[in-house]
Design a protein around this ligand. Sequence first.
Ligand code: LLP
Length: 448
Amino acid sequence: MKLQGTMQINDKGHLEIGGCDTVELAENFGTPLYVLDEQYFRQNCRRYYRAFTEKYDGVVLYAAKTLLTLAVCRMVDEEGLSLDVVSGGELYTAKKARFPMERVYFHGNNKSAAELKLALDYKVGRVMVDNPHELQMLDRLAGEAGVQAKIMLRLTPGVEAHTHEYIKTGQIDSKFGMVIENGQAMEIIKRALALEHIRLTGLHCHIGSQIFELQSYAHAAEVMLGFAAEVRRETGWQPEEMNFGGGMGIYYTAADEPQSVSKFADTLAQAVKNLAPQYGLAAPKVLVEPGRSVSGPAGTTLYTVGAVKSIPGIRTYVAVDGGMGDNPRPALYQSRYEALLANRAAQQPQEMVSIAGKCCESGDMLIWDIDLPAPAPGDILAVSSTGAYNYSMSMNYNRLPRPAMVLVKDGAADIIVARETYDDLIRNDVVPERFNEGRVAKIAGAGR
Ligand code: LLP
C-alpha cells in the first residue's frame, strides 16, 4: 500500500496516521473505523485554494457529497473554500456548522420546493438550476419571499471524460443539466434572463469523476466559452462566472496516476483566460468543485480480521468486520483499493488473499487478489483512499451499525462521527398500536 499524507510505519512496525498508532486507534475506538488525516485534508484544500486564487480569479467549492460532517464543514470554511451541497440534508449540515451561507452553492437535478425554500431562507450564494421546472419554481418562491435568487445554470456540454461509465455525467444522454447541442441550453438561458426574481450569474458543467486526462477540462472550457459567445450574440448577456465541476482523479492503486492540482489549474483556468478574449468575452471567474481529490486520499478505514477461510487450489477469503455497508464502491463500481496489515505494516507480503465483507451478499468483496503477510484473526486491516464516497454512501444493510470516524492530527484523535448503536438502528421504527391490541391476529386469521 502506498503511504499517503502523514502515514508512516512506527518502530513497533505499526501503521501510524496523524501521529496516531492505528492499532491503538482500533483498540480505543473499535472497528470498523474511518480515520481522517486532518493535516492531509487541509493540505488538499490549501493546494486547491492556492492554485486557483493566487494566479487566477478562481473560486474553489468543496463537493460535500464526498464527505460531510459538522467538523469537516468547519475545516472547509477555515481553509477558505466554498461549499457545493446537493440536498436539504447537506445544506442543513452546513447551516448547523455555521458555514457562511453566501459561500454555499446548491446543486441537484430534482430539488423539492421545500429544499428551494430552505435555500432561499438560508440565503445561499447560488442555486445551481438544472431544468425549466426548477427555474419556474424558484422564480415563484423567490417572488413570494420578496428576493431575487442568484443562479447558475447546469449545462451538458457533450464532453466525454475517460472514466467509469457510471460516473460519466458530461455526455448528452444525461439526467443532469440542459443540452447545449440541441438548443435546450439556449432556451433555458433566455427564460432565466426574462424572469423577474432570477439573476443569472453564470454557467456550469461537470464532465465526470476520477478523471486523469486534463485535456478533457480544456476541451470543456472550449465548448462552454464557445457557447457563451453564442449566447452573448443572441442575448447580449455573458457569464460573470463559469463552473467546471469536479472530477480530478486520485490514487487508489498503482494503476492510477493523479495529476497535480496546480497543473489542473494551469490547464483549465489558463484555457479560460486565453479563450475568453478570442471569443470576445470578458474573462469570467473560474469555479471548480473538487470532492474526491480533497477528501479521498485523506481517509483510511481500519477493520479487524475475523474468519480466514482457505479453499485449496482456489483462494483464501479473509473476512473483516465491515464491507459494502461502510464502503459500497467495490460492489457498485468494481473499484480497486490497496491495503496493509496495520499491526504488521513492515512485514513483506507472503500470500495472495481476497478481502470479504460481512454482508450477506457474495458481491460484498472489498478487495480481490491482494498480497498480504498471511492475515490471521485479530489482525488490523487498513484500507487506504477511503475518505471520499465511503462514509457518505454508507448504509445499514443487514442492520450493521455505521462506523465511527476519528480525526487524527499530531498524535491526537478526536471522534467526529460517533459509532451507531443498535438503538440508533431501531430509532425510527414504529410498531402500530393495534399490534398490541390483539386485532392483528383476528384480521390475519379471518376467513382462513
Ligand atoms: N460537482 C458535481 C456537479 C458533481 O456531480 C460531482 C460528483 C462533483 C462536483 C465532485 O466530483 P469529484 O471531484 O468528487 O470527482 N459515487 C461515485 C462518484 C459520483 C460523482 C458524483 N458527482 C464514486 O464513488 O466514485
